[in-house]
Design a protein around this ligand. Structure first.
Ligand SMILES: Cc1ncc(COP(=O)(O)O)c(C=O)c1O
Length: 379
């Protein structure tokens, strides 16, 4: 099946009891057994639930993977990957990444004896210098949040395979519509389903997708043991959201291009970070591994003053001031004080998260209205 058909049909089938075309919300914690251990595949909803199961199959299909698992948030999905490691193991991670990922690495897992190296991966050759016999995981986010750096997944996979290291890719920004990391050699894909997959800013959820059966067993063991699962109602909402993922992503990409070009030509704007520009340092890699450039854009203001950034954030109206991204409505945020406040100032400045950096999640409204809103906010 092609992507749009999979988005609508993969993993779901008419309800066996009633023929309902939409997967029902199986709002139940447990399942009656005909005899001890004799059940219909579902014993307890932490372990598995039919609504969640349909979503897990759907997500696996969208990423061309065999196994999917859903969690109570993107962070819970990341937590699961890290719990596959042991004390003494080392992780090489992108140095420009979601602040919450940095926080869970540094403040939760470091104290259990896992060591993290944060590395600029725009050139994949930088990674190999950090590999040693303890390296067990390479963590890649691409495009990165918020600097829109692009990391070459295939080149990174070559290194991970050479040394037998697991490669995990946070595919939240690109979505399976634009990029399929398993096809490029990644071992695990992580999603903050909260974002584009849910798409309607009404659910917090995470997911992992993989092909390897051994990794899958670990993933399901940890999902069930730690219990950070997602609810049937939320699974239903995401199944519904995904049915229009391809349509929404098309529009996010179209609007993203219009807004990126508008910002690049604006006299108050200094730098614009968007992988669709030919001038983006890894534009060629983006063209190779993504089928479009998405609707996430960051930009800085001439003079780089925090107060000027705050003025823009306070004056924009259609671009609502909020955390998060990937919903149908446009959002505006200030990474230094919002999503990336967990990263020490010197570290964030070093990767480009300066005081005037503003991040946009361009929604699917009419582009003319979005431009007018930004024009007003910048004037
Ligand atoms: C790239 C990325 N990864 C992971 C997360 C964490 O996901 P969640 O907020 O669903 O826990 C986020 C949240 O903003 C994100 O942007």
């Amino acid at each position: 099946m092609k992507f749009g058909t999979k988005a609508i049909h993969a993993g779901v089938s008419p309800d066996s009891a009633t023929g309902a075309i939409m997967t029902p919300i199986y709002q139940t914690s447990t399942y009656v057994q005909d005899g001890i251990g004799n059940h219909k595949g579902y014993a307890y909803s932490r372990s598995q639930n039919p609504t969640r199961h349909a979503l897990e199959k759907n997500l696996a299909a969208l990423e061309n993977g065999k196994h999917g698992a859903c969690f109570g948030s993107g962070m819970a999905a990341i937590d699961c990957v890290l719990k596959m490691l042991n004390p003494g193991d080392e992780v090489i991670s992108t140095n420009d990444l979601y602040g919450g990922t940095y926080r869970i690495f540094k403040t939760i897992f470091e104290k259990y004896g896992i060591k993290f190296h944060f590395v600029g991966m725009q050139n994949a050759d930088n990674i190999e210098a950090y590999v040693n016999e303890n390296t067990k995981l390479i963590w890649v986010e691409t495009p990165t949040n918020p600097m829109m750096n692009i990391i070459d997944i295939a080149a990174t996979a070559k290194i991970s395979k050479k040394y037998g290291i697991m490669l995990a890719v946070d595919n939240t920004f690109a979505t399976p519509y634009l990029q399929n990391p398993l096809d490029m050699g990644a071992d695990i894909i992580m999603h903050s389903v909260t974002k584009y997959l849910g798409g309607h800013s009404d659910v917090v959820m995470g997911a992992l997708i993989c092909n390897d059966d051994t990794i899958a067993n670990e993933m399901y063991r940890i999902q069930n043991s730690s219990g950070a699962v997602t609810a049937p109602m939320d699974s239903f909402l995401v199944l519904r959201g995904i049915k229009t993922l391809h349509l929404r992503m098309q529009r996010h990409c179209e609007n993203g291009k219009v807004i990126a070009n508008f910002l690049a030509a604006h006299p108050k704007v200094d730098k614009v970070y968007w992988p669709g520009f030919a001038s983006h340092p890894n534009h060629e890699v983006a063209k190779r591994q993504m089928s479009g450039f998405g609707g996430m854009i960051s930009f800085t203001l001439i003079g780089d003053k925090m107060k000027d950034a705050h003025t823009v954030l306070n004056k924009s109206k259609l671009f609502a001031l909020a955390e998060s991204l990937g919903g149908v409505e446009s959002l505006i945020g200030h990474p230094a004080t919002m999503t990336h406040a967990a990263i020490p100032k010197a570290d964030r400045q070093a990767i480009g998260v300066v005081d005037s950096l503003i991040r946009l999640s361009v929604g699917v409204e009419d582009a003319e209205d979005l431009i007018e809103d930004l024009e007003n906010a910048l004037s």
